[in-house]
Design a protein around this ligand. Structure first.
Ligand code: SF4
Length: 339
């Protein structure tokens, strides 16, 4: 089905639902497409006899499956629209179907526009799920212009070669010593920022929706974020009580790091409490007012991208090590969920 500039294989889901005579379906739609949820539901209601339960909670990634609800009800299938799967945890007692939204935006124009800004010969090519099917087009343009594109598949959290997530840049870090810079295809600063912080190499971003090429602005943005992180670390130095926030979403689950973090905090004669949450909410600051600093073990982007929303510092596990003088600022690394 082509819908608002995306190809989404809803028919694939219809076949599975009808073949298995599924009665109850949970439909999760990524935030960017949630406003057209009716189109999806209407389609399934016409083509199947299933009841469609729409997940109203925010859905920012394939890490976030409402498995607890589904495992305790008569849900037959979970359909998540807008993401590629995270293969390492896509197995569950309830079948999950990921239907990616493949953008029909042309990538060639913006990549051609970026060519004069590319420095070096070997170029790592990276993108998100929406443009993953266009990665060969980018590769061919680079070849034709005498560059050597390098495309690598990341770790077990990654579905396709060249794909990155906001929490996983392994497709880039695996080739960091083999490339001169990276070309990112996609919109916004969310992914290029992570790419810059994770690889510490230059990134040019090509936005196929606006045909904008960004380089210098990304560097400036990265520098601003690093200043914020330096500030968050400095503000956490006097903290006496830490809240270790463990996310209950199955794909953000870093339970095995909790004990190490707790021991580290206590080895510095400071106190820590372990909190479990599905989302980090601003109300935590009031509810847990005795906590001076939160260490986020959920989505690594909560600490980085939502910094301005909270009065108290939220830091990543790597930043905690700098706060506690186990590591130096020069050792700063972007927090990722890698496998
Ligand atoms: S953990 Fe965060 S960045 Fe990673 S997939 Fe989930 S929402 Fe996206």
């Amino acid at each position: 089905m082509n819908i608002k500039g995306y190809y989404i294989d809803l028919e694939k889901a219809v076949k599975i639902i009808n073949k298995n005579d599924y009665k109850n379906i949970v439909l999760q739609v990524t935030e960017g497409l949630k406003h057209i949820f009716k189109d999806f539901v209407d389609f399934f209601e016409i083509k199947t006899k299933a009841n469609i339960f729409i997940s109203a909670d925010p859905c920012f990634g394939a890490c976030d499956i409402p498995s607890f609800f589904c495992e305790n009800t008569d849900i037959d299938l979970i359909i998540q629209i807008g993401h590629l799967p995270i293969p390492e945890f896509s197995e569950s007692s309830i079948p999950i179907m990921f239907l990616n939204a493949f953008s029909d935006a042309d990538v060639s124009k913006v990549v051609e526009k970026a060519l004069p800004s590319i420095k070096g010969k070997k170029i790592g090519v990276l993108t998100t799920a929406q443009h993953i099917h266009k990665i060969d087009d980018v590769k061919n343009i680079l070849f034709k212009n005498n560059f050597e594109p390098v495309i690598c598949k990341g770790d077990k959290r990654i579905d396709s070669p060249g794909q990155i997530l906001g929490c996983n840049f392994s497709a880039a870090t695996k080739i960091v010593d083999d490339v001169d810079m990276y070309l990112f295809i996609g919109s916004g600063t969310f992914h290029p920022l992570g790419l810059l912080l994770s690889t510490k190499k230059p990134v040019i971003s090509c936005d196929p929706y606006t045909d904008e090429v960004k380089f210098k602005e990304l560097e400036d943005f990265k520098d601003m974020i690093l200043r914020q992180r330096y500030g968050a670390i400095a503000r956490s130095k006097d903290a006496k009580v830490f809240g270790i926030v463990v996310c209950s979403k199955s794909g953000q689950y870093r339970f095995n790091e909790v004990e190490k973090i707790k021991k580290l905090i206590e080895s510095k004669n400071k106190k820590s409490y372990i909190l479990i949450a599905n989302f980090f909410l601003s109300s935590f600051l009031e509810s847990f007012r005795d906590i001076d600093c939160f260490v986020s073990l959920g989505c690594p982007r909560v600490a980085i991208d939502d910094y301005m929303q909270y009065e108290k510092p939220i830091i990543t596990p790597i930043e905690l090590e700098i706060v506690l003088d186990v590591k130096k600022w020069d050792d700063y690394k972007f927090d990722e969920i890698i496998n």
